[in-house]
Design a binder for this molecule. Structure first.
Ligand code: EPU
Length: 306
C-alpha cells in the first residue's frame, strides 16, 4: 500500500534524498528526504495543507542565504521556493511578488523601474520569503519597511492577508512564528532608474570592500547587539582568522563565517559556540544568532522536528 509520502511524491513531482549543500551559499548540508519545488503559491498552499493534514514534518528552504543545514540532512519534507519567481507591478509604486523571487531579481527589477527601497539587499543571494522570515536588511532598515501586505499560511488557520502591524516584525526577525509566505505586496519610493541603480551600485561597492563576497558564507552569523556591531565585537575579541575544521572567521569582516571547502555543519556550530563564549567572556555581551541552524536529525531542542 502506498504511504502518504508516496502519494505526495507523485502529485508534486517531489525528489528524494537531495543534498542540501547544493542549495545553500554556505555549501553545507546532508540530504533532504523529500524535496518539493512548488511552481506557484496555490500549489505551495495545497502542499502545506496536505503535509499538515498527514502530520509530515516540513521545513521551508528559500535561497538558503542565512541557513546552516545539518550534516545528517533533514527527515521529512523540505520545500524549496526557487520555482515561484513571479514579480509584477501593481499600481504606480508597488510590486507584487511570489516568495521565490530572488533578492538580486528584486533589486534589479525595482531599480529598472525607478522604484527605490530595497537597494540595501544588493549582493544578498536569498529569496523574498526567507528575507521576510528574518527581516533581512542593512543597518536599521529591513525588508518589512517596504511591505504593504503579505499573504501568510499558518497550520490550522489556512491562508490570509496581513498588514505589517498585524505581524509585528522586529530587527532581523519577521516574527512569522511558523507561518509561510505565499505572496507579498511591496511599496516603493518612485524615482529615476539611474538614481536608484547608482545608489545600489554604491552600496555594492562598499560591501565588496568590507565583506567576503566572493567566498562561500551565510552572510552575517550574528545580529548586531543594541548600539553596537557584532562584527566589531568579534574582531575586537581577536577572533578574525579563528578556525574550526573547514570554517574560518573572515579576515575581511568578522561577522562572516567562510567555508574553506569541505566544511561540516558541526565545524560551524563549534565556531559559533567559540565566538559566543569568547565575546561573553571579553565584553559581557550575549550575541544572538542571525544564522538559522536547523538541528541534526534526532537532536533534542525547541526547534527539533518542526
Ligand atoms: N567592524 C569591525 N570589524 C569587522 C567588521 C566590522 O570593526 O570585522 C566595524 C566596522 O568598521 C563598522 C561596524 O563594525 O564600524 C559595522 O560594520 P558594517 O558597516 O560592516 O555593518 P554591519 O553592522 O556589520 C550590517 C548588516 C549586514 C549588511 C551591512 C551593510 C547586520 C547583522 N548586518 O552589517 O547584513 O550587509 O550592515 O548594510 O545587521 C546580514 O544580515 O547577513 C548582513 C550581512
Amino acid at each position: 500500500m502506498p504511504s502518504p509520502a508516496d502519494s505526495l511524491t507523485e502529485r508534486f513531482a517531489c525528489r528524494r534524498e537531495v543534498p542540501l549543500a547544493r542549495w545553500t551559499p554556505l555549501k553545507i548540508g546532508g540530504p533532504a528526504e523529500l524535496f518539493f519545488e512548488p511552481a506557484k503559491p496555490e500549489q505551495l498552499l495545497e502542499l502545506l495543507e496536505l503535509l499538515h493534514a498527514q502530520g509530515l514534518p516540513f521545513r521551508i528552504l528559500g535561497g538558503g542565504a542565512n541557513l546552516l543545514a545539518p550534516d545528517g540532512g533533514v527527515r521529512g519534507a523540505v520545500i524549496h521556493t526557487g520555482q515561484m519567481r513571479r514579480l509584477f507591478r501593481d499600481g504606480d509604486a508597488c510590486l507584487r511578488a511570489w516568495p521565490g523571487v530572488t533578492l538580486p531579481q528584486l533589486v534589479r527589477t525595482a531599480g529598472g523601474l525607478g522604484l527605490s527601497g530595497v537597494e540595501d539587499l544588493i549582493g544578498v543571494p536569498g529569496h523574498l520569503g526567507g528575507a521576510l522570515a528574518m527581516n533581512a536588511g542593512g543597518g536599521d532598515w529591513g525588508i518589512w519597511d517596504q511591505v504593504r501586505e503579505v499573504t501568510l499560511w499558518r497550520a490550522g488557520e489556512g491562508a490570509a492577508d496581513f498588514r505589517p502591524e498585524q505581524v509585528g516584525p522586529r530587527y532581523r526577525d519577521g516574527n512569522l512564528r511558523g507561518a509561510v509566505v505565499l505572496e507579498a505586496l511591496l511599496a516603493f519610493e518612485p524615482g529615476l532608474p539611474a538614481a536608484v541603480k547608482a545608489r545600489a551600485e554604491e552600496i555594492l561597492r562598499r560591501k565588496n570592500l568590507s565583506q567576503p563576497v566572493t567566498l562561500s558564507s551565510a552572510g552575517c552569523a550574528f545580529k548586531n547587539p543594541p548600539g553596537d556591531s557584532a562584527g566589531r565585537l568579534i574582531d575586537a575579541a581577536g577572533l578574525k582568522g579563528a578556525r574550526e575544521g573547514g570554517v574560518l572567521v573572515s579576515e575581511r569582516h568578522a561577522n562572516f563565517l567562510v567555508n574553506l571547502g569541505g566544511a561540516r555543519a558541526a565545524d560551524v556550530v563549534a565556531l559559533l559556540e567559540r565566538i559566543e563564549a569568547t565575546v561573553r567572556q571579553r565584553f559581557g555581551v550575549e550575541l544572538e544568532r542571525e544564522l538559522v541552524v536547523w538541528p541534526e536529525p534526532g537532536a533534542a531542542g525547541p526547534d527539533a522536528g518542526a
